[in-house]
Ligand binder design. Structure first.
Ligand SMILES: [Zn+2]
Length: 458
């Protein structure tokens, strides 16, 4: 059994070096939206990984590179964990809004201030430093594969193809991501699910160009056509009417429902912050939270046709377009929903409405009773001396560990080591020294505890 206490002591006694290495990574820009510094950062990261004994390489994708790393356990029967996080960051504009330069990583009191200090270079570096700490105080308890994304802040567009292409390389028993910070009240959180997303544009065509509205007696109006089509897609109770839309929806288990009850939900506060008098369907309490996390949507995100500016124009528009997004839940597949939407429109006489859809993001959900999840929860309790918040799934969509888990058919969990008010994507983003050092211990503890699980429960 690995002596975790000695590993934790090593983390504390190496404090200065741990901080210096995070500063070094923060100082190398890696802005994925512009591409600035991303390749340089990938090379730097790969070399920092090699310095602690991680076999690493910069791998091309259709976009910005992935940094892949591998470190082997010192025993044969150890499990393999796939760790996802990202090395790209948001821009730092406007730079004069920062109290210290965003690309310096200056230590001010207990705070390391800089773009990426938490999101996600601090979270990322915790893993690198955990490898170093474990190796310095004993052995590597598990096999680890690292996949560090260079496009997360831009929606990870190249990741699906990369994963498809490298399934063998990425094969693992579970996946884990570290990104972001604690919940308000300084409580660690563990996410077990993610929403999916399908975004489409529907387009209808009328006359060849905009016409005098008197011609509406003869020429069909494309805006009406879209309105009629939309009207067949959802009823006033918010039930989606597309055939087969709900076929693959997996309702929450009793255990997941239990987690919702523990999560804490304040109707009053939520209504106030969302600016609504009543929730859709009149739900309240845990039912509202369940509706938020476990039901799919069909949402009109934008509608454009004709003229609604100053003055009046009696106009018959030539075209109309509506953007619709669907938040999907496990186990709905974006491409399947896109096909069902096409079939629905055809069946209802809207063959001539054009549908343009993207590939979408798949939803994913890991069973809270999975032994790997228990390992992460127990590690959070050991390191942080408190019960973490466990979320059975999230309302937003993203391609982190839980998404990867769905792709690869393994359990997955997402957690975070940053401070609760870390100022993500804003000026003065920071990591605290305490959260960073604890995060290194958290990673080392998860790995060590998982290695000690009896094999059959992994
Ligand atoms: Zn992030």
């Amino acid at each position: 059994m690995h002596d975790l206490q000695s590993t934790w002591r090593f983390v504390d006694s190496s404090r200065d070096q741990m901080i210096a290495d995070l500063q070094k990574l923060v100082q190398q820009k890696s802005i994925s939206s512009s591409g600035e510094g991303v390749t340089e950062c990938a090379e730097l990261l790969a070399s920092m990984m090699r310095d602690v004994g991680i076999d690493s390489r910069v791998m091309p994708t259709d976009g910005l590179p992935v940094v892949f790393g591998e470190v082997k356990a010192d025993r044969d029967d150890a499990p393999t964990l796939l760790i996802y996080t990202h090395y790209d960051v948001q821009p730092a504009d406007p730079e004069d809004a920062w109290d210290s330069p965003p690309w310096e990583g200056r230590l001010v009191g207990d705070r390391l201030i800089g773009r990426g200090a938490t999101d996600a270079k601090g979270n990322l570096m915790a893993h690198i430093k955990a490898v170093q700490s474990l190796k310095a105080t004993g052995e590597m308890p598990i096999n680890i594969k690292f996949i560090f994304d260079g496009e997360e802040e831009s929606g990870s567009p190249s990741l699906p193809a990369f994963v498809e292409q490298h399934r063998e390389l990425l094969a693992a028993d579970a996946s884990l991501s570290f990104d972001g910070g604690f919940d308000a009240g300084n409580v660690p959180r563990i996410n077990l699910g993610t929403s999916g997303l399908l975004f489409v544009q529907l387009r209808a065509q009328g006359g060849r160009h905009d016409l005098h509205s008197a011609r509406a007696r003869l020429v069909p109006n494309p805006a009406w056509k879209l309105v009629w089509a939309l009207n067949t897609m959802k009823d006033p109770s918010s039930r989606v009417l597309i055939d087969g839309f709900y076929d693959d929806v997996r309702p929450p288990t009793s255990r997941e429902r239990e987690l919702l009850e523990q999560a804490g939900w304040d109707d009053e506060e939520q209504r106030k912050s969302l600016g609504t008098e009543e929730f859709v369907g009149g739900v309240s309490g845990v039912d509202a939270l369940e509706q938020l996390l476990f039901t799919p949507t069909c949402n009109i995100a934008g509608f454009a046709s004709g003229y609604v500016g100053e003055g009046r124009k009696t106009l018959l528009p030539a075209s109309a377009a509506v953007n619709v997004d669907f938040r999907l839940v496990s186990d709905q597949e974006p491409q399947d929903i896109l096909q069902k939407l096409r079939n629905h429109l055809d069946r209802n006489g809207f063959e001539d409405i054009e549908v343009e859809g993207e590939s979408g993001i798949e939803p994913s959900r890991t069973d809270p009773d999975n032994p790997f999840v228990q390992v992460v929860v127990e590690a959070a309790k050991m390191v942080y001396q408190q019960e973490p918040t466990v979320r059975p799934t999230g309302d937003a969509s993203g391609r982190q560990a839980v998404w990867l888990a769905g792709k690869l058919g393994i359990p997955g969990a997402g957690t975070a080591i940053g401070p609760p008010d870390w100022k993500g994507h804003a000026a003065n983003e920071f990591m605290t020294v305490q959260h960073y050092l604890d995060g290194i211990k958290y990673a080392a503890t998860i790995w060590t505890n998982w290695a000690e699980q009896p094999r059959q429960t992994r």
